[in-house]
Ligand binder design. Sequence first.
Ligand SMILES: Cc1cc2nc3c(=O)[nH]c(=O)nc-3n(C[C@H](O)[C@H](O)[C@H](O)COP(=O)(O)O)c2cc1C
Length: 195
Amino acid sequence: MSKTLVIVGHPDLENGSIANKLIVEQLAQQEDIEIRDLIRLYPDFRIDVETEQQALLEADTVVLQFPFFWYSVPAILKHWLDQVFCYGFAYGSTGDKLHSKRLIISTTIGGPEESYQSNGYNSFSIDQLLAPLKQTANLTGMIFEPLVSHSMVYIPGVYNVKEEVEERAREHARRLVASINSPNRMKEELADAAV
Ligand SMILES: Cc1cc2nc3c(=O)[nH]c(=O)nc-3n(C[C@H](O)[C@H](O)[C@H](O)COP(=O)(O)O)c2cc1C
């Protein structure tokens, strides 16, 4: 039975989230998923590295669930990566512990899709902006699988309609669950490509 670990990198899932909260609630209804909400576990940012590494060792699929902040991951998730993906565990001559696990980058993005292109107001594509995470997967031998949704920010009277953001979040959760439940897809594609 394959196991999925979901690392939640939202700074305030309980009181400051619409999209990620809804997505995490949907994930919580699935079997064989461990959800670790970093800010709840480590409000003081003092990550228990051993516990986090153990959770990673037990998982086949790792989901990083986060809101896109300043074209990157929120601070708590960056700190988790800095602490937990360390030499000898995630990389280096004996750092093969994450090898061949799936890394699903599941992120909610405030801006609309069309803004993420060279002539849009965000100038770069999401593929380009996710390059550091893609290379993190490369270096650690993980299988990189991005899953993004746009127009996920709700600012009353300014941006979007709350119900529409919620529907997009539910759709994101559906895609994420489907992706988690097809664990061999990427491996099969890789095997096909090698033939
Ligand atoms: C500090 C901060 C930085 C953000 N940076 C970006 C950004 O770089 N690009 C973008 O499209 N949206 C950005 N947003 C919008 C968030 O991505 C959006 O609010 C979030 O995905 C919604 O998820 P939530 O309802 O779970 O909080 C930012 C929001 C905050 C609060």
